[in-house]
Design a protein around this ligand. Structure first.
Ligand SMILES: NC(=O)c1ccc[n+]([C@@H]2O[C@H](COP(=O)([O-])OP(=O)(O)OC[C@H]3O[C@@H](n4cnc5c(N)ncnc54)[C@H](OP(=O)(O)O)[C@@H]3O)[C@@H](O)[C@H]2O)c1
Length: 261
């Protein structure tokens, strides 16, 4: 995290469920960068959904991060089997927004039906829906729905990291089309994927533990693809989700407790 801040990254994505909010807060303070220049984004896990649970969850995240105000706070997942609990959690986010504990609120992994339900029963339109998007899984319908409601699509696994984990069969990093486009620009496949997102209006949160890749990914800001190249990347869609199916999540199976600060 320190290397990313040194390189110029100013948006940090973490989550209560990642177990690294303390380290993110420490890296932020150690960087010496003015707090107001960094966007700190975190997510409430499903075990902390509920009228009483979510305010406590927010306090745990704030304490671990060591910040007065969280810039962007998301619900990590919809809980389709207990959507009332999801709504109660989101209302707690709305309360935190009104008191200034958080600066913006949003959701993650919400499918169209979850968004519709949320929009019908709550007041504040989410600022962001953070979802799996990479060339092999693009979720265009969901992106369009986000856009119709003024919700920013934030791409997780934007360079298809999730296609490699667990010995994935079709790794985005090996894709011949991406390599061809990359070669034409003297760039890398990762940079081509990042430029593709940015030129199509999505926010990206690539992750690397390697300093040179952290810099490489940032340098994608200087890459501009042609309309034809963007269309070729669009055509890589496989329709196959690599991450967990959002509709299948249950508290019983996935509701591990989030420790106190
Ligand atoms: N909301 C959610 O449910 C959810 C789910 C998953 C992820 N996320 C968020 O999204 C972020 C990114 O997702 P992700 O980590 O799954 O995938 P990613 O950023 O698409 O890819 C990360 C993987 O790619 C490698 N990598 C990074 N830069 C590279 C480069 N330039 N060339 C080649 N390989 C490169 C990394 O390895 P090295 O680290 O070894 O370089 C790592 O294995 C996470 O950090 C997290 O904040 C959210």
């Amino acid at each position: 995290m320190g290397a990313a801040l040194d390189a110029g990254y100013r948006h940090l994505d973490t989550a209560a469920a990642y177990g690294n909010e303390k380290e993110v807060g420490q890296a932020l303070r150690a960087s010496g960068i003015d707090r107001k220049d960094v966007v700190v984004e975190t997510k409430i896990w499903i075990s902390d959904y509920g009228t009483e649970e979510t305010p406590r969850g927010i306090e745990k995240s704030r304490a671990k991060l060591g910040v007065d105000q969280i810039d962007l706070l998301l619900l990590h997942q919809p809980l389709p089997t207990d959507f009332d609990r999801t709504l109660a959690a989101y209302r707690a986010l709305e309360d935190a927004l009104s008191t200034g504990t958080v600066r913006a609120i949003g959701v993650s992994n919400f499918l169209p039906e979850h968004l519709s339900d949320l929009l019908e029963h709550t007041h504040v339109v989410p600022a962001v829906n953070q979802i799996e998007v990479h060339p092999y899984f693009q979720q265009r319908e969901l992106e369009a729905m986000n856009a119709r409601h003024g919700i920013l699509t934030q791409a997780w696994s934007p360079i298809g990291g999730i296609t490699s984990y667990g010995g994935g069969q079709r790794r985005s990093f090996d894709d011949p089309t991406l390599h061809e486009i990359a070669t034409a620009h003297g760039a890398t496949a990762a940079q081509v994927m990042l430029a593709w997102h940015l030129q199509q209006g999505r926010q990206v949160i690539p992750k690397s533990v390697h300093v040179e890749r952290i810099q490489e990914n940032l340098d994608a800001l200087n890459l501009e693809l042609t309309a034809e190249e963007l269309a070729r990347i669009d055509s890589l869609e496989t329709g196959v989700r690599s991450g967990p199916e959002p509709a299948s999540l249950t508290l019983a199976e996935h509701g591990r407790p989030i420790p106190e600060a």
